[in-house]
Design a protein around this ligand. Structure first.
Ligand SMILES: Nc1ncnc2c1ncn2[C@@H]1O[C@H](COP(=O)(O)OP(=O)(O)OP(=O)(O)O)[C@@H](O)[C@H]1O
Ligand SMILES: [Mg+2]
Length: 302
């Protein structure tokens, strides 16, 4: 069996009377993008800080790339790219100068590699950091995490502050990492982002991992709205009772319905008619995820 990229066993972290992590068992596979989702205060940042040895657990074990981030700190830091949730930079130096400096400290990141990322995220390297907007500072954080092409990226809300275009760019960068067999572990509040990006989603609630689910699996199970325009008038009776089909409505030559899971039975009935147009919406997996997997405790009622 291959060593997981990240593994925690019964991890507990308390702050006085607050139990930030309450026996967290987590496993992230090599080469996957794992989305770590949970409400405010669930324990995402605490988990991430433990993984990069910024804080220490009360009990339980952590393994990152098969190493103990505490005793093998130097080795593990060299192989991990980390972006803090509260990544702060300030100063008179320019964004380019800072990134070059960080590259040196890390033991030599190729300047062309830094330049490519600067260009990709549309950061102006000549602007002084103190004059940059929040989103532009966040770009520096993202670049410094990615620039050493680490085996594992541990990212705490990496897209916070980035505009939608840059969020997409970030997603492409993360996918590229996974395509190269490297691993991305990232926290987020936004299911929409995670579903586009992640292979698996883990839900943390009150310091425990309440579920882990594959996004493909969710997508297959989720229901989607289907609309078919026929060249002739059809009858609802033909479509009622087909496996996976519900909410059948006919308006003249147009059928609308919801389809759960596999489309085979529905398409066979549809194909008995002449079809002018067929559309199937992207499934709303967010709804399904929260219905099936997210604990309702502590969440606001919808
Ligand atoms: N340094 C600290 N001192 C005291 N309590 C803390 C400290 N850091 C975190 N906590 C508490 O631990 C719990 C988990 O916090 P954490 O920051 O890990 O949550 P999070 O999931 O990252 O939340 P968010 O989505 O708001 O970023 C919270 O109750 C928080 O108040
Ligand atoms: Mg946090």
């Amino acid at each position: 069996m291959t060593t997981p990229a990240i593994r925690t066993d019964a991890l507990v972290k308390t702050y006085g009377s607050i139990r930030a992590l309450d026996g967290l068992d987590l496993e992230v596979r090599t080469g996957e993008i794992f989305g770590f989702l949970g409400p405010n205060g669930a324990g995402k940042t605490t988990t991430i800080r433990l993984l990069v040895d910024l804080i220490r657990p009360d009990s339980g074990a952590v393994s990152v790339l098969g190493l103990d981030p505490r005793s093998d700190g130097v080795a593990s830091r060299r192989r991990v790219g980390y972006l803090a949730g509260d990544f702060v930079v300030d100063g008179r130096q320019t964004a380019g100068e800072l990134l070059t400096y960080i590259g040196h400290v890390r033991g030599g990141v190729d300047p062309p590699r830094i330049d490519a990322l600067i260009e990709r995220l549309d950061l102006d390297p000549s602007r002084k950091i103190k004059a940059l907007s929040r989103g532009n500072r966040q770009k520096i954080g993202v670049i410094q995490a990615f620039m050493g092409d680490p085996e594992l990226l541990i990212l705490d809300e990496p897209t916070s502050g980035l505009d939608p275009l840059l969020q997409r760019e970030f997603e492409a960068m993360a996918k590229q990492v996974a395509a190269e067999g490297r691993t991305v572990f990232m926290s987020s509040h936004i299911m929409g982002e995670v579903q586009r990006l992640a292979d698996r989603v883990g839900m943390i609630h009150e310091g425990r991992l309440t579920s882990v689910v594959g996004v493909d699996e969710l997508r297959k199970a989720a229901s989607r709205k289907v609309e078919v325009v026929f060249s002739d008038v059809v009858s609802a009776d033909e479509f009622v009772g087909i496996a996976g089909v519900r909410d059948v409505a006919i308006d003249g030559r147009t059928l609308t319905c919801r389809l759960d899971g596999v489309a085979d039975d529905l398409t066979k009935v549809i194909s008995q008619h002449r079809v002018v147009m067929l559309t199937a919406e992207e499934p709303d997996i967010e709804e399904l995820f929260f219905e099936r997997y997210a604990s309702s405790e502590g969440r606001d009622a919808p």
